[in-house]
Design a protein around this ligand. Structure first.
Ligand code: ATP
Ligand code: MG
Ligand code: MG
Length: 544
């Protein structure tokens, strides 16, 4: 992370270190534990943890649980697993609700300074009083209550004497501010809800804009990085810290543009709906943009981090082409992953001049680009399977693979010539009768004759049937241009693989030779049946 690409946030940090405003850096990642993390969160994780690492500082994992909802340990566990999977280690793991006492004290201190008041306007009235972008707001009739009255009313709010919505505590700032967030925002509300952490101790809960700066300040966060929607909230963030006044060197909020990716909907609420309605196989379905999903899909943490670094950190919203993420995955896998031979839509090949019952082993490299990944042996025999795409009875122009009368190289084995197409009664192909040239073992002819095509094969008697799940984008556009769930985003198919596939463990990755990258599914793969997810194809549509 010393090499993490610089950005405008790092410029601010460099300056703060130079001027002596700070002598260390502390960041935090503050998820709401109401769903699984997605690739957008990965960007925030890389930025917060990466920045801490780059500057030798710290990053806290802080659950933003000021909103009282039922605890969901499933989400908490998933978030922690995802952070670790990405390769990050938090300094402290904290709960915002642990600061409720301090937040309450801070609110009391605002009342005492005459900077907060209890208000009973209904939600509807509140909206009406707030004004608009072009019109100033109107002051609440409760705005000029005495400190004593406000103290008494806030205590009564805390003691449960008001029902939900009957009273709120508001910051007394400026109803005529051009920034609507500064028009006496609500800082505490009544909610008679049991909190997973504090139980029934509280029936009043702080609002995000009040709670967040206090959480940051208590933890000694130096730079509080958040997404652009909070830019207009920054004056309130600063106001809270200034008026509460406990922190002489308060944290600074800095906003960056959230990550958007084509074909990707990053809203926990939407993703939860997809799970609840059964459109996908859980939060970790390989089509999901969740970190759990892309992990199961076979993306690597290295690729996700490289992608987040490559796209940089901007001040303006934009949308990244998903092909760029796929390219990062491909770049990472191409030097790491061994190849195996797999054929789909198999066609049987019979080598008529090869002895029946004989099997020989052919040596093939595991990764053409990386010799260190070694070699392996694949069996060759009289009956073989080839891929449906590697044969055409009537070849199109520039087709160099197998067709009647043509000779091709069988990868690592021999030159093979197709002599005859044997058909079933219904006209479909039953098998191809071919001959091999024993002089070409290893893939070269002593007479120097060349063939244009090299195809792979799987020996029939040792072939292993595997299941293959091919994925398309989860989100596509309908005729009206709306982003909708792609009902054809999963194709469950199968193929024959060379016998070495039997050794594959869940989460092992391979290049299916000439096809693409695949991973053994961590949930569906068993001893008896290997199930593979397509990670990404071999060819990139992304140009750097
Ligand atoms: P969603 O809107 O998808 O439900 P959220 O913003 O409500 O996400 P939080 O748990 O509140 O989710 O987010 C934790 C952190 O991740 C926040 O600091 C937030 O700004 C950041 N974050 C969320 N989505 C993105 C994104 N698409 N790009 C960058 N950062 C993001
Ligand atoms: Mg949120
Ligand atoms: Mg959100």
């Amino acid at each position: 992370y010393k090499e993490m690409r610089g950005n405008f946030i790092h410029d601010i940090i460099d300056n703060d270190l130079e001027t002596g405003k700070w002598d260390h850096i502390a960041t935090r990642f503050p998820p709401e534990p109401n769903g699984y993390l997605h690739i957008g969160h990965a960007k925030s994780l890389c930025l917060n943890f990466g920045t801490a690492l780059k500057y030798g500082g710290t990053c806290n994992l802080r659950y933003d649980d000021t909103n009282p909802v039922k605890e969901d340990t499933e989400y908490v566990d998933a978030i922690e697993e995802d952070v670790h999977w990405l390769g990050f280690q938090w300094n402290k793991r904290l709960w915002a609700s642990d600061y409720f006492d301090q937040m309450y004290e801070a609110a009391v201190s605002l009342i005492q300074k005459g900077k907060a008041y209890v208000c009973h306007l209904t939600a509807e009235q509140m909206k009406e009083y707030r004004g608009t972008l072009t019109e100033p707001g109107k002051e609440s009739p409760y705005r000029n209550r005495s400190v004593e009255e406000n103290m008494e009313l806030f205590r009564r709010m805390k003691d449960g004497e008001f029902g939900d919505g009957e009273a709120v505590l508001r910051a007394k700032i400026d109803m005529a501010s051009p920034n609507i967030n500064m028009r006496d925002p609500i800082i505490y509300r009544v909610a008679h809800v049991t909190h997973h952490n504090t139980g029934d101790k509280w029936c009043i809960y702080p609002m995000y804009d009040f709670a967040h700066p206090i959480e940051d300040a208590i933890e000694g966060i130096t730079h509080s990085i958040c997404t652009l929607e909070f830019e207009d909230h920054r004056p309130l963030y600063d106001w809270v810290l200034q008026e509460v006044g406990l922190w002489p060197n308060p944290p600074r909020q800095i906003e960056f543009a959230r990550l958007n990716i084509t074909h990707t909907l990053m809203s926990k609420r939407y993703l939860k709906r997809m799970v609840d309605e059964g459109h996908v196989d859980g939060w970790d379905d390989p089509r999901m943009p969740t970190i759990a999903g892309i992990r199961r899909r076979g993306y690597t943490p290295e690729a996700v981090r490289a992608f987040c670094d490559e796209i940089g950190v901007a001040k303006a919203n934009s949308t990244v082409d998903i092909a760029q993420l796929e390219a990062a995955v491909r770049d990472d896998l191409q030097d790491k992953v061994p190849a195996v031979h797999v054929v789909t839509n198999p066609i049987k090949v019979v080598i008529t001049n090869y002895p029946e019952g004989q099997i020989e082993m052919c040596t093939v490299e595991n990764n053409r680009k990386v010799p260190e990944l070694g070699e392996r042996e694949v069996p060759f025999g009289r009956e073989l399977w080839i891929d449906g795409d590697d044969f055409m009875e009537v070849p199109v122009k520039k087709y160099f693979r197998l067709f009647p009368g043509n000779e091709v190289r069988f990868k690592g084995a021999y030159y093979i010539t197709c002599n005859e197409v044997i058909k079933n009664e219904d006209g479909s192909i039953r098998e191809l009768h071919c001959t091999y040239d024993p002089e070409t073992r290893g893939g070269d002819a002593p007479d120097g004759r060349k063939v244009k095509g090299t195809i792979h094969f799987v020996e029939a008697s040792t072939a292993v049937r595997i299941r293959i799940r091919e994925y398309d984008y989860m989100m596509i556009e309908d005729e009206e241009g709306n982003s909708v769930f792609n009902e054809d985003s999963l194709r469950d198919t199968w193929g024959y693989a060379e016998p070495s596939i039997k050794e594959a463990k869940p989460e092992d990755r391979f290049q299916f030779f000439r096809k693409g990258y695949y991973i053994a599914d961590r949930k569906l793969t068993t001893e008896d049946e290997k199930v593979f997810n397509s990670i990404v194809g071999l060819k990139s549509s992304w140009k750097k």
